[in-house]
Design a protein around this ligand. Structure first.
Ligand code: ADP
Length: 435
C-alpha cells in the first residue's frame, strides 16, 4: 500500500512539472514578445519547436511505460505458464493415482498413474462419470453406490474423506484394492469439484492377509492345549486326583477362570481372523430374532441375577423371520448384551428392542450403565480397544467383542451405531436387511 501511494505522489509531481512547463513557456514567450519586441513568427516558431520537443519527450516516456507494462505482462504469463507446467508435472509424476472431477462427478483430469491403474486414457474418460469409468466394489464384491463413494461424500461433509480397502474395477474387468482420499476443490468458498488421490494397496493387503493367517493358525493351535488345561482343572476341582484343601481349591478356581478368559480371547481371535479371510461360511436360514434374544438372555441369566439387573424385552409384532446365519447373529446379541450386563452396575436396567423399519430389522440394546467417555467413542470398534472407565470398573475383557460384532454385521450387509453418555448409559443399534 505504502509503495503504491508513493508512486502516485511521484506521478503527480511529474505531471505538475509538465503542466508548469507547458503553461509557463508560452507565458515567457509572450513576455519576451512584449518586452524584447520579438517578431511574432519567431515566437510562434519557438512555441511550436518547444511543444514538439515536449510531445516527443512525452511520447518517448509513454512508449517506455508501455514497454515496461508489456514486459510485466509477458513475465506474468510466462510465470503462470511455468507454474501450470510445474503443477501438471507434479501431478503426473506422483506415485498415486489422481482424478479430478467437477461437481457432477464428471472427470476433468486423471494423471498417468491413474491411467495405468485403471487401464483408461485421459482423453477416453474426460467428461464421463468417474463412478462409471471406475466402478468401486466392497470386500464382498458388491458395487458401492455412487452416493456412498468418498468422491460423493465430500460434497456432504465439505471435508476430506478417506475410504480404505475398496476395490476399483479396471477396464479389463479385473480388480485391485485401493485406499482413497477425496478432498473438495474449493474456489471462492464454493465446492466446485473433487480431487481424489488413490493408491494400489495390493501389497499391504497381502501382508495383512499373511498376518491374519498367522493369527488364525496360532489361535487354532492354542485351542488344543487350552482345552486340556480346562479339562484337568475341572478334574482337579472335582477331586478326581484326591480331595483339595480350601487354598488348593481357590488356586484351581483361579486357574480355571484364567484359562476361560484365554479360551474366550483365542476364540475371538480365531473368529475374527476367519471372518477377515472370508473363511467363515455365512449360512443364512430363516430365523426368529425374538427367540434368539430369549435364548441369549437365558445364557446370561446367572450374571444378570448376580447383579440384580432388570431386563426388558420388546419384540415388534410385525418383525418377520429373516434369513441370517443364526450362529453369527446370536454372537452379536451375546456380545452386546454381555457388555450391557458387564458395564452396568448392580440394580441397573437393560432394554432389548427388535423392530421392523422399512426393509430393515433394527435391534436396540440399551443400558443404564457406566457409559463410554466421549474421547474414547471414536475408537470403540477398534481391535483390542477398551475405554478407560471399563478398565477401571471391569478389569476383564479383550477389546475384541465389538470389533467382531461390527465385522459380523457388515458381513451380513447391516450397519451398527451407538450413543453413550458417561454415567448415564449406552445404546447400540444394529440393522439387518429383511431377506
Ligand atoms: P471387552 O472385552 O473389553 O468388553 P468389547 O470389544 O466388547 O471388549 O468392548 C470394547 C469396549 O467398549 C469395552 O472395553 C468398553 O470400554 C466399551 N463398551 C462396550 N459396550 C459397552 C457398554 N454397554 N457400556 C459401556 N462401555 C461399553
Amino acid at each position: 500500500m505504502g509503495n503504491r501511494s508513493g508512486k502516485t505522489e511521484v506521478g503527480d509531481v511529474s505531471r505538475w512539472i509538465w503542466v508548469a512547463i507547458l503553461g509557463v513557456f508560452p507565458a515567457l514567450m509572450f513576455v519576451a514578445y512584449r518586452t524584447v519586441k520579438l517578431e511574432v513568427w519567431w515566437v510562434i516558431l519557438a512555441i511550436i519547436y518547444v511543444t514538439n520537443i515536449l510531445f516527443a519527450a512525452l511520447t518517448l516516456r509513454s512508449l517506455r511505460q508501455l514497454k515496461v507494462s508489456r514486459d510485466l505482462l509477458t513475465t506474468n504469463a510466462v510465470e503462470a505458464e511455468e507454474k501450470r507446467a510445474k503443477e501438471e508435472a507434479l501431478i503426473r509424476s506422483l506415485g498415486e493415482g489422481i482424478v479430478v472431477t467437477d461437481k457432477n462427478g464428471d472427470v476433468e483430469l486423471i494423471n498417468h498413474q491413474a491411467e495405468q491403474m485403471i487401464g483408461w486414457n485421459l482423453d477416453e474418460v474426460v467428461g464421463k462419470k468417474w463412478y462409471q469409468v471406475a466402478p468401486l466394489l466392497d470386500e464382498s464384491g458388491r458395487v458401492i453406490p455412487s452416493r456412498d463413494r468418498a468422491t460423493q461424500k465430500v460434497f456432504e461433509t465439505g471435508k476430506p474423506v478417506y475410504s480404505s480397502v475398496n476395490y476399483y474395477v479396471r477396464r479389463d474387468g479385473s480388480k485391485f484394492p485401493v485406499g482413497t482420499t477425496a478432498s473438495p476443490v474449493v474456489i471462492d468458498g464454493k465446492t466446485v469439484g473433487v480431487i481424489a488421490v488413490f493408491r494400489d494397496i495390493t501389497k499391504e493387503k497381502e501382508i495383512d492377509r499373511a498376518k491374519t493367517e498367522f493369527v488364525s493358525l496360532a489361535s487354532h493351535q492354542l485351542r488344543t492345549p487350552l482345552s486340556a488345561i480346562k479339562w484337568y482343572a475341572e478334574m482337579l476341582a472335582n477331586g478326581d486326583a484326591g480331595p483339595l484343601n480350601q487354598e488348593q481349591s481357590e488356586f484351581v478356581k483361579c486357574l480355571y477362570q484364567s484359562n476361560e478368559r484365554m479360551v474366550e480371547l483365542v476364540n475371538s481371535l480365531l473368529s475374527i481372523s476367519r471372518l477377515e479371510m472370508g473363511k467363515i461360511k455365512i449360512e443364512p436360514v430363516p430365523t426368529k430374532l425374538g427367540e434368539m434374544v430369549t435364548v441369549v438372555l437365558k445364557d446370561l441369566e446367572p450374571k444378570i441375577l448376580a447383579k440384580k439387573q432388570k431386563v426388558e424385552v420388546k419384540i415388534g409384532e410385525d418383525v418377520p423371520e429373516i434369513k441370517v446365519d443364526p450362529k453369527l447373529v446370536s454372537q452379536v446379541y451375546l456380545n452386546l448384551l454381555s457388555n450391557a450386563v458387564k458395564y452396568t452396575p448392580e440394580g441397573g436396567k437393560i432394554t432389548v428392542e427388535v423392530a421392523k423399519q422399512g426393509q430393515e430389522i433394527v435391534s436396540q440394546v440399551a443400558d443404564t450403565g457406566y457409559g463410554i467417555p466421549q474421547e474414547d467413542q471414536k475408537r470403540l470398534f477398534e481391535r483390542f480397544f477398551r475405554a478407560s472407565n471399563a478398565q477401571k470398573n471391569d478389569t476383564e475383557g479383550t477389546g475384541l467383542g465389538l470389533y467382531l460384532v461390527k465385522a459380523i454385521i457388515e458381513a451380513c450387509h447391516g450397519t451398527i451405531r451407538f450413543e453413550s453418555e458417561e454415567n448415564k448409559g449406552t445404546t447400540f443399534w444394529f440393522t439387518l436387511p429383511v431377506i
